[in-house]
Design a protein around this ligand. Structure first.
Ligand code: 13P
Ligand code: SF4
Length: 304
């Protein structure tokens, strides 16, 4: 089917099903283009929690669809590609987290939303890259367990006196960006701010002019008077950056910044999901209720 026909068929199916299409900022360009809402993990969770639609088509990865199911259990949550996972989320298991909790009794667990529903259910509070520092600051304890992203955890730890016990997880996509590549690009483009995601390695983060979530990057690049930026996050972010800032230039710090999981979902997959009303992601109640507690506690913290 031609792309334009596919897009208009998806639009009418969305209306017919009373469905909303949410797409993460790393999705393929054409998927972002037809989305009702694009955003970072935090914005999309907030949207899932408040939408009036009967169906949420989640164009992202598995943990995001799970979060939507946790927050909106009465809705049908479709994940067009069930095989779109997150290797970082898979790096932490419930058993492992329980062992860590047993090693540090009474120490609260702050879990990055890039984690399974079962791991969230074992956690005290969730965070995203957009609110991690605020979440940590909201805790009265002076010690925390932070899982699964050691890079985000060590970035946040710089701004607080709290003691961190870090889970050794990381994002393989962001980890591929090496500091020497950034140094070379900064030399080639003097004056171009290097903006990076806190999932990058600390040696890369140390070179950044600004560190933020994907939505934070849109805000920063729009407001900045610079005309050229070096971007340290997944390539999907470029579509909206270029569209919102036609007079500015964006240089992806490395061609390796592509998350294969975020690139799986095609327009055909979205169409098929809406026709067949599957694959459905549904979190069982015994996991959903404690996981929701951790997500709700995070969502109670206002976004800037
Ligand atoms: P945001 O936290 O900016 O959504 O992106 C991080 C990410 O890797 C999502 O998988
Ligand atoms: Fe997971 Fe990294 Fe891909 Fe995000 S970019 S889904 S953290 S592997």
């Amino acid at each position: 089917m031609a792309q334009e026909t596919l897009k208009s068929d998806i639009k009418s199916l969305l209306r017919k099903r009373n469905a909303v299409l949410l797409a993460h900022n790393y999705m393929r360009d054409e998927v972002q283009e037809i989305a009702d809402i694009t955003g970072d993990s935090l914005a999309l969770s907030m949207e899932a929690a408040k939408t009036d639609a009967d169906v949420i088509v989640f164009c992202g990865v598995h943990f995001m669809a799970e979060s939507a199911s946790i927050l909106a259990p009465e809705k049908t949550v479709l994940l067009p590609r069930l095989d779109a996972g997150c290797p970082m989320a898979d790096m932490v298991t419930v058993e492992g987290l329980k062992e860590l909790k047993a090693r540090y009794p009474g120490v609260p667990v702050v879990t990055y939303v890039n984690s399974s529903a079962a791991v969230k259910a074992e956690s005290d509070i969730c965070c995203t890259s957009a609110n991690a520092l605020k979440v940590v600051q909201s805790m009265s304890e002076n010690e925390i367990i932070f899982a699964p992203d050691k890079n985000l955890g060590s970035y946040v730890a710089r701004f607080t006196d709290k003691k961190f016990h870090l889970w050794e997880g990381y994002c393989p996509t962001h980890e591929r960006l090496r500091p020497e590549v950034v140094v070379e690009l900064k030399d080639q483009h003097p004056g171009a701010p290097f903006v990076c995601h806190p999932e990058c390695n600390p040696a890369v983060v140390a070179l950044a002019d600004h560190v933020c979530s994907t939505t934070g990057m849109y805000d920063y690049c729009r407001k900045s008077s610079a005309k050229r930026f070096i971007i340290g996050t997944e390539a999907g972010i470029l579509w909206r950056l270029k569209r919102e800032n036609p007079d500015k230039e964006f240089i992806l710090a490395s061609p390796a910044l592509i998350c294969p999981n975020m690139k799986l979902t095609s327009l055909e997959d979205v169409h098929e999901a809406l026709v067949n009303m599957r694959p459905v992601v549904k979190v069982p109640e015994e996991t959903r209720v404690p996981a929701k507690r951790a997500l709700d506690r995070m969502l109670a913290i206002p976004r800037d």
